[in-house]
Design a protein around this ligand. Structure first.
Ligand code: MN
Ligand code: MN
Length: 324
């Protein structure tokens, strides 16, 4: 880090966590790329949904519940802010209804952040936003490995005759050469498909696919091992669709699927990816209007907390990490 400024959350032992304007984890809301290791960024775009809309309010809902998070991660044994400086960068100004213009906005806004070597943690928004993020990421890092937790594949060729939709981002990312599918993996697939070809199409693009049923059979540790083995030493991007989680634990989302994972299983499986060199993350599809008890937003905030803790863990063990 240049200089000696560090950004870290307000201390909730000193001022109540319900005070002040809500930012992610009570981090300073500063639009700076100086002295920052990671930035939390909202991308409130939700007009590429195939069913329920409303995830434009996801970033605000996640921030709202994230103020309850304490800095020490008991499972990873680390306080991220012993190693990291982080900010809530605010939101990217999306253009509702105009996905291709919004992709340009996402790319332009992320560029200075990524160029400064900062790790981005974006809060959606629907899953279409990830294509914009991957365009920016690939420009900086080249094609990356994708770790994709979702109940859906999101590799459909087109929806309603259109190329850009929250069901198509990873087909586009493959076409545009943004991801290295030979090191990429899709985990948690379930529900019902349009046809058996849906999974075959993903496999044909080069993805490894682990269905929810296979996760339940293999167990968390074995699936974690397979994810780490698949990614290997490649730089990776983690995209987390909240509908990976069972709707009993995450009802607030747009396209729910039954037979998913508990919040415990979800967080445990995320932690199994520690050691992978992630250079970006996102959490998408949180839809507050269907989340009356805020449990979905609370879980999403905790997923982001695991991501931040893993960045810190990786930095604590790898001197070159965050210096690229
Ligand atoms: Mn998705
Ligand atoms: Mn999904």
């Amino acid at each position: 880090m240049k200089g000696n400024k560090k950004y870290y959350p307000a201390d909730s032992l000193k001022s109540p966590r319900f005070c002040d304007v809500r930012t992610f984890m009570r981090l300073p809301n500063v639009k700076t790329t100086e002295d920052v290791d990671f930035a939390v960024i909202g991308i409130p775009f939700d007009t590429a949904c195939s069913f329920r809309t409303g995830s434009r309010f996801g970033p605000a809902a996640i921030r709202d519940m994230s103020v309850t998070i304490r800095p020490y991660n008991i499972n990873l044994g680390i306080n991220a802010f012993d190693y990291l400086s982080g900010v809530d960068y605010g939101d990217i100004p999306v253009i509702p209804g105009y996905i291709e213009d919004t992709y340009e906005q996402i790319e332009n806004e992320l560029k200075p952040i990524l160029d400064a070597g900062i790790i981005s943690i974006c809060l959606g928004g629907d899953h279409s936003i990830t294509l914009g993020e991957l365009r920016a990421i690939a420009k900086k890092y080249g094609p990356v490995a994708l770790v994709h937790f979702d109940s859906h594949l999101d590799t459909i060729d087109s929806y309603f005759g259109k190329k850009y939709n929250h069901g198509t981002p990873f087909k586009r990312a493959w076409e545009e050469g943004l991801i290295d599918t030979s090191h990429s993996i899709q985990v948690g697939i379930r529900g019902n498909l349009y046809s058996p070809d849906d999974i075959n199409d993903s496999v044909d693009l080069g993805f490894k696919v682990i269905t929810a049923n296979e996760v339940h059979k293999l167990g968390i540790e074995e699936v974690g091992r397979q994810i780490r083995e698949r990614v290997g030493d490649k730089l990776a991007f983690f995209t987390f669709d909240i509908d990976f989680v069972d709707p009993a634990y995450a009802p607030g989302t747009g396209t729910i699927e039954v037979g998913g994972f508990t919040s415990y299983e979800t967080l445990a499986l995320i932690r199994e990816t520690k050691g992978i060199q992630f250079i970006g993350f996102d959490i998408v599809e949180v839809l507050p209007a269907f989340d009356p008890n805020q449990i979905t937003a609370f879980l999403a905030a905790n997923v982001a907390f695991e991501f931040i803790s893993m960045i810190a863990l990786h930095k604590s063990k790898n001197a070159s990490y965050l210096k690229r």
